[in-house]
Design a protein around this ligand. Structure first.
Ligand code: SAM
Length: 285
């Protein structure tokens, strides 16, 4: 089968009996104009080794292949989709591999060839943030661009700036490693079946190595504590993280040069990085 003979996605879904399963977070994109637009957010992929998580019936997969990519590996947990994905693979000989696996378990560097590696996904809602954290924490950081669709509220939390309502742990972790920007807002009605909420595509580009903050574990602990009680001052909200160290929250905040009387949402990303370093030192005095 050649690429231009692939049947419309609605026919693929009917032919393979691919009703969406809620437990796997399945909401499909069937509009290939939209999926091509999402793929284009990855930039030029003519030399890229791309990986797509959760291809499902293959709407975004086709968008990526039509946009142009050197090689694409798709990782799908639900074996029901393998037949439909095989048809796409046959239409793009030598350009696509299919891996049946849970993306949380996959070792991407063993699966992808060397080169410019790019991640694309219309992420399953239930594992979206877990996968994002896995990719942010990867050492060495093996990817050079990620184009990821989340629920709108999660996307807002990834790109949020200090002072904004959505600013918190996720923005600080993501932006300590990457430049993060909103790529495209996608209304719920664009999906089949439509989810309850809108979605959005976020584009992440890792910062140069020297500018990345590495200790995401410590940063996750201090921001988890600080934003866990976001209405309280840091003096109080940081107590939980401080209890794991030899210092009080006031001592840790003083070391990081942060006023203990302010709330977490007003504190910038670099100040939180200082705080994570102070926390780390105090756990290993
Ligand atoms: N990419 C397709 C699209 O845009 O139409 C489907 C997107 S749907 C929101 C999420 C897909 O991720 C489903 O195909 C689902 O089976 C798959 N999935 C869910 N959990 C997964 C996991 N842990 N690892 C790999 N794929 C997963």
């Amino acid at each position: 089968m050649s690429a231009d003979r692939l049947p419309p996605l609605r026919e693929v879904i009917a032919a393979h009996d691919l009703g969406a399963k809620k437990s796997f977070g399945q909401h499909f994109l069937l509009d290939l104009n939209l999926t091509r637009k999402i793929a284009s957010l990855a930039g030029d992929m003519s030399e890229a080794q791309a990986i797509e998580i959760g291809p499902g019936p293959g709407g975004l997969t086709r968008g990526i292949l039509e946009h142009g990519v050197k090689h694409l590996t798709v990782v799908e947990k639900d074996a029901r989709f393998l037949g439909a994905l095989e048809d796409i693979r046959a239409a793009y000989p030598g350009q696509m591999d299919i891996v049946e696996a849970d993306a949380l378990e996959v070792r991407e560097t063993e699966t992808l060839a060397e080169g410019r590696r790019v991640i694309l996904s219309n992420l399953p809602y239930n594992v979206g943030t877990l996968l994002l954290i896995k990719w942010l924490e990867a050492t060495p950081l093996w990817w050079s661009r990620a184009v990821l669709m989340f629920q709108r509220e999660v996307a807002d939390r990834v790109v949020a700036q200090p002072g904004e309502k959505a600013y918190g742990r996720l923005a600080i972790l993501a932006q300590s490693v990457c430049e993060a920007r909103m790529g495209l807002k996608v209304p719920a009605r664009a999906f089949t079946p439509p989810p309850k909420v809108d979605s959005a595509v976020v584009v992440l580009t890792p910062k140069p190595e020297a500018e990345r903050f590495e200790d995401l574990k410590a940063l996750g602990i201090v921001t988890g504590s600080a934003f866990g009680q976001r209405r309280k001052t840091l003096r109080k909200s940081l107590a939980q993280a401080a209890s794991q160290t030899s210092q009080s929250s006031e001592e840790l905040l003083a070391e990081a040069g942060i006023d203990p009387g302010v709330r977490a949402e007003t504190v910038g990303i670099e100040a939180f990085q200082e705080l994570a370093q102070a926390w780390r030192r105090a756990t290993h005095p």
